[in-house]
Design a protein around this ligand. Structure first.
Ligand code: PAF
Length: 285
């Protein structure tokens, strides 16, 4: 029977009991409005640990002014049913007051420089500091052995890995491949904002990324040109691209001779909705 907990104290008591019984703890942080992409994270956590905690917290600290904090879909009842069906053990649903008892402006922050400032960080200033701060707090509450994140938010995953490494947090970070609709659109809670017409255009983001990947695999080496023509293709389809970038998947900096693996990452607005997606490939030698 899944337990729903709202206080840090109750969460820590339940986890301590499991730990004393010798069980490993898996953790899946989410903002709720769960779709099959999230459920695949829970399944991975179940595969890799004995007791799974999923958190649902729409974290105000990672939303900028004018972003979708107030409209972000909150669907706790449906989320709980889905989590229970996956065999999730605890859903932790703290209030903003439980997470930030002294207010957000007084909150100690954790920040990962450089990696947090590029790509999505450039268009959403402060966003990743909000993510790394809340994830650090959640990690300290749950003290998991493993934590599972989606590769759809590839930059977020890179930043979390760097943070865990830099701060010597004893947690194994596991990335799970992006779940996709049949037409290739990456599953996202924000897809629910799309109108029917926008939903029919949205898979073009993934198709443009795949076309860029194919071009590199076929020998194209002028990355600046590939990035520009991908942006033009997205614009022609009706997107307002934020960025389309071919980067080193490890550093998220420009591709160099040392690059082992390339990441192609894109963010683009379709009407009022901001979509992101990415893929990776071995750097051609
Ligand atoms: O990826 C998300 O849903 C959020 O950024 C996370 C990791 C739950 C932190 O609020």
């Amino acid at each position: 029977m899944m337990q729903t907990l709202t206080s840090i104290k109750a969460l820590q008591d339940v986890i301590q009991e499991q730990r004393l019984a010798g069980r490993t703890i898996g953790f899946v942080p989410t903002m709720g409005n769960l779709h099959d992409g999230h459920l695949s994270l829970v399944r991975k956590a179940k595969e890799r640990s004995d007791f799974v905690v999923t958190s649902i917290f729409v974290n105000p600290l990672q939303f900028g002014a004018g972003e979708d904090l107030d409209n972000y879909p909150r669907t706790l009842e449906a989320d709980s049913l889905q989590l229970e069906a996956q065999g999730n053990d605890v859903v932790f649903v703290p209030s903003v007051g439980e997470m930030y008892p002294t207010g957000m402006s007084a909150q100690t922050q954790v920040s990962v420089p450089q990696l947090s400032e590029t790509l999505c960080g450039a268009s959403r200033p402060g966003h990743f500091n909000g993510v790394t701060t809340v994830v650090t707090k959640l990690f300290n509450m749950v003290r998991p052995d493993i934590a599972v994140f989606g590769e759809k938010d590839f930059q977020q995953l890179s930043i979390i890995r760097k943070m865990v490494n830099d701060l010597c947090m004893p947690i194994e970070i596991i990335g799970v491949p992006t779940g996709r609709a049949a037409d290739g659109l990456a599953l996202s809670s924000r897809n629910g904002y799309l109108t029917a017409e926008e939903r029919s255009i949205a898979p073009e983001l993934n198709r443009t990324i795949q076309a860029c990947k194919d071009a590199i695999l076929s020998g194209a080496t002028d990355f600046a040109h590939l990035e520009m023509s991908a942006q033009e293709r997205l614009q022609a389809a009706g997107f307002k691209p934020d960025y389309f970038a071919i980067r080193d998947s490890n550093t998220l900096a420009e591709v160099t001779e040392q690059t082992q693996e390339i990441a192609i990452l894109a963010a683009a607005r379709l009407g009022a909705t901001r979509l992101i997606d990415n893929t990776r490939l071995a750097a051609p030698k």
